[in-house]
Ligand binder design. Structure first.
Ligand code: GLA
Length: 726
């Protein structure tokens, strides 16, 4: 068991592969956080971390420690509103008397083998029972009857803990949930830097690093989706942590809607981190006997720097988050029609793409936006999910059959959560869009959002999709989401429940995605939201890959891919070679090879040299697939620290092969280029497949490679592929 409870000192100890997390049932049932860090064998922690002591203006409780205990001065395992702790609260429940003072104390606990499923929400799952154990700690507010269960799942062989919280109204009167964060974690000092990923459309997930400061520092989304602007990921790393050294604590929210991650440094220089649904746009009515379950947070601890943290996230997401056939099966190499044709295509043009792509070894044609309703631009037809036969003469099936006939797979694009005001569906059901009473809707990209909180709406969209997809054997579906939610309300919700809208919308989307994956288990799904605007673990539960960004310029892609890799594996990152002119086609491919790899260009317009280059790249894709999709990533030179060059490498799990890539973003000031590789077996010998030179892993990692003389012009790049010498 990875979890123990010492009944003498009443300390819970949660042990992952490399870390210990401990907290205590203190006097009067308060839960006090004790420790989170590198693994320790014993649990004699209480005296060390208990703050205690009197502090002016920090309220104390007479019944605890003779008045020397204040929740405001103590590391609280799950902080609550209004009962003596003025710092960030993780939980606030407005009770039937109208106040929101919330004070939960320990009642009981259970430790179980395995990990119970989270109902109706994405979550990490286990592949075998012995992988993890779960602790459920029941607490209760004795005054209101709110029963709050803190749930922790501890992975035995991974540095991972997941957390969520369940609240049940155990009284006979209504309660209103005002905030419910999925985790609260305390650190005794403020000696950390905060890492997070910010951006915008076409520039997603750049890295921001800032030293913790007194007060609150936070990131959030109120957009109805996780969004382009901040990713639901935060890490705290010890000062001067690097890719290889130092401690890093990573937190990632398995949720695709409004989130908040907040970090507060208090007057004692200690730090509290909370992560969960953004309370600014959330509320939930809890009728007597009803329960609310929060989404899940994944926590990773690394004492091998940020690189170790990232590799732990990559492993657990590949093994315990991504599901279905395409979790392990090799994914088809695709070409997407969007940048090649936008809305301007017909069946012949698409078939010509397929034929030309097939010649080069590409395996699947994806027909992007524009195949349905009357959609010739982005002003119409979302919601009218029937084939535009003016474009696809002879219907979808005839095109798909022809493409299948030449041995290519076929993919299709949908944007199921949207409705165009200019559509048949909107004319028939104007109340199906997300809206509030008496207010005109804002438009974005000429479209409204459809009300996913409604079962009848979801049924309609599902039936439309099912009709098309069951009549035509489609191999892949790109699920897009091209605006954020404003005037957030549903025609079906009573006034007191309108505050539930955003969360209900997300649950509705999950339900529809779940139905689709069940109905078409063999179909590969790729998520997308104007590029990477909903690039979060919630979505990876339903689709093993997400389009990383609409920006396909390979130099711009570097910050996007380096940032994304903080917690997301390359096998999840949609990355294509486009017609972008800034670099030659080899650099475009070298960068896209980090991700899922594919093409996003008109194959009929390739010149002879590029046509031949693609054939070589296709071979390389197959050759490197195992190492890039299943291997370990090492970020060697990041574009956040070096304006000239970026370099990274993948090493296969058995350390028998490695792929090194370097890209020149801007000509370096000097030509000398030495680099130490990482992650190899020091005792093994490796052959550089291009030159035939053989080096020990120890040499490559300690002396490094002398790459002076490799290309240095802007936009140039090269790879080196090493295989173990048997
Ligand atoms: C979004 C996606 C693109 C493409 C278009 C189609 O912007 O990110 O890849 O699918 O929509 O409208």
């Amino acid at each position: 068991m990875a979890i123990s409870f010492n009944s003498e000192n009443r300390i819970f100890k949660l042990d992952t592969s490399n870390a210990t997390y401990a907290f205590q049932v203190f006097e009067a049932g308060y839960l006090i956080h004790l420790y989170y860090g590198a693994k320790i064998p014993d649990d004699n922690l209480a005296a060390f971390y208990y703050h205690g002591g009197f502090a002016s203006f920090s309220p104390s409780r007479w019944e605890v420690e003779n008045g020397n205990f204040s929740p405001d001065m103590s590391p609280m395992e799950y902080s609550t509103e209004g009962a003596g702790d003025f710092r960030l609260s993780a939980l606030a429940i407005r009770n039937a008397n109208g106040d929101n003072t919330t004070d939960v104390r320990y009642v009981s606990h259970k430790i179980i083998a395995g990990k119970p499923d989270l109902p109706a929400m994405p979550h990490l799952y286990l592949n075998s029972e012995g992988e993890a154990d779960t602790l459920e700690v029941l607490t209760e507010d004795a005054v209101t009857g709110a029963k709050v269960t803190l749930v922790y799942t501890v992975f035995r062989n991974k540095p991972v803990i997941t957390r969520h919280v369940r609240v049940e109204n155990g009284s006979d009167r209504r309660m209103d949930l005002e905030r419910i964060y999925s985790c609260c974690v305390e650190f005794p000092t403020m000696d950390y830097d905060m890492y997070h990923l910010y951006g915008r459309w076409s520039k997603e997930r750049s890295l921001q690093v800032r030293p913790l400061a007194h007060g609150i520092q936070s990131i959030c989304s109120k957009r109805g989706s996780s969004g382009h602007y901040h990713n639901p990921f935060v890490a705290l790393a010890t000062k001067n942590a690097t890719e290889q050294y130092g401690e890093a604590y990573g937190f990632n929210f398995v949720y695709s809607g409004n989130f908040a991650a907040e970090v507060e440094v208090d007057s004692s220089c200690s730090t509290r981190l909370i992560m969960g649904i953004n309370p600014e746009s959330f509320g939930w009515v809890l009728e007597p006997g009803s329960t609310f379950v929060s989404p899940e947070v994944v926590m990773v601890y690394s004492n091998e720097g940020l690189g170790g943290m990232s590799r732990a996230f990559h492993d657990v997401y590949r093994e315990n988050l991504v599901r279905g056939r395409w979790k392990t099966e090799k994914r088809p190499l695709l070409i997407n029609s969007w940048e090649a044709a936008f809305f301007d295509f017909d069946a012949e043009k698409l078939f010509a793409f397929a034929e030309r792509a097939k010649e080069m070894g590409i395996e699947m044609l994806v027909m992007d936006d524009g195949w349905f309703g009357k959609r010739d631009d982005d002003t119409t037809s979302l919601g009218d999910w029937f084939v535009n036969e003016k474009k696809l003469q002879g219907g979808l099936k005839s095109l798909v059959d022809r493409v299948h006939g030449i041995g290519m797979k076929f993919g299709i694009w949908y944007e199921p959560e949207m409705i165009s005001p200019e559509s048949e569906l909107y004319k028939a059901h104007p109340d199906w869009c997300v809206h509030v009473a008496n207010r005109a809707n804002s438009v974005a990209r000429h479209q409204y959002v459809i009300d996913m909180s409604r079962q009848d709406v979801r049924d309609n969209i599902f039936e439309q999709m099912y009709g098309v997809l069951s009549a035509t054997p489609v191999d892949y579906l790109k699920w897009d989401f091209n605006r954020n939610i404003t005037e957030a309300g549903s025609a079906l919700l009573p006034p007191e429940r309108q505050k539930e809208f955003f969360h209900r919308f997300v649950l509705g989307t999950y339900e529809l995605m779940g139905r689709l994956t069940e109905a078409f288990p063999d179909m590969l799904i790729e998520n997308c939201s104007g590029g990477g605007g909903r690039f979060d673990p919630g979505m990876f539960y339903y689709s093993p890959q997400i389009w990383c960004s609409d920006n396909t310029d390979p130099i711009e892609r570097l910050t996007i891919q380096f940032g994304s890799s903080l917690c997301y594996p390359g096998s999840c990152m949609g990355a294509h070679v486009s017609a972008c002119q800034r670099t030659d086609i080899d650099t475009r491919a070298n960068v896209a090879m980090w991700g899922t790899f594919g093409y996003e260009l008109d194959p009929c317009k390739l010149n002879e040299a590029d046509y031949e280059a693609v054939k070589v790249q296709v071979k390389e894709y197959h050759r490197y697939y195992n190492v890039t999709h299943n291997g370990d990533l090492y970020r060697l030179i990041t574009p956040f620290e070096n304006a000239h060059r970026a370099a990274w490498m993948f090493v296969s799990k058995d350390k028998s092969e490695a792929l090194f890539t370097a890209v020149v973003m801007r000509r370096p000031e000097y030509e000398a280029f030495f680099i130490r590789l990482q992650g190899l077996d020091p005792n093994a010998m490796y052959r550089d497949e291009a030159t035939g030179e053989v080096y020990s892993g120890a040499l490559l990692m300690n002396a490094g490679l002398n790459l002076t003389g490799t290309p240095i012009t802007d936009g140039s790049s090269f790879t080196k592929y090493f295989t173990i010498v048997k």
